[in-house]
Design a protein around this ligand. Sequence first.
Ligand code: FES
Length: 275
Amino acid sequence: MAQAQTIEPRTAGGLGATERRDAWWVGPLATGLGLGGFVIYATFRAIYNADYRFGEGTGILPDHAYVLSPFFSPLLVFPWLPAWISPAFLILWAPGGFRVTCYYYRKAYYRAFFLDPVGCAVGEPGQFCGVPRGHQYKGETKLLVFQNLHRYFLYLALVFLVLLTIDVIDTCRWPTDNGGHKFGLSIATLVLATQTTLLTLYTVSCHSFRHLIGGRLDGFSRAPLGELRYRLWSWVSALNAHHMFWAWTSLFAVGFADFYVWMVASGRITDFRLI
Ligand code: FES
């Protein structure tokens, strides 16, 4: 009978020391490029602080329905704030905090950015930023204790989903010559609707949301609304199995939605009306 192969961690061998023969480094590298690129882009757009909306009432394409970038939604503009404080900085901390404290992203960026560990059964550096690493790891009870705020960021994320849905509805309200509105659709509607749908799937597949729906129960059959909660918990559990997929697709969708609004608002491309 074939012997099962045991792969021992080799932290003593230094960073990257391993007996693994698979491409274990692809995941951390892709995470570093993807997350790093998104953070750089989002920070640039927040500092750029322009071309984040167009349509009725904005002075840009006044005959078009109102379209707002998700990076700036809800749009908080306070005249008494210095002009260099972008409205994006006032709100991005909430969805940013939701992602930073996400159980999946923690694993991903601990590996990609802190190499802690860089992969299963792969050697770690003996020290990081000059600080020796060993068995003094305190988990998320000391420096990383803020990660336990995740459930509260979830509550904020649910509020943002409502606001982003209102933004999608706004893209369907086209101004008419007599000062009213009529229904319409453009590419921007599809872009914003797609990113809001993916953000919804990412949010409801959250581990904390799953706990919110079905946690702290001894049995669904004895709980109030137990049948309904069991059904919801089953759906959420099915989505939860693909949480990483929703995390990445929603991240790229929200970045693309902002990029699309930027391109239209700056006059580089045209937003075609479909209906
Ligand atoms: S665990 Fe990822 S969003 Fe909650």
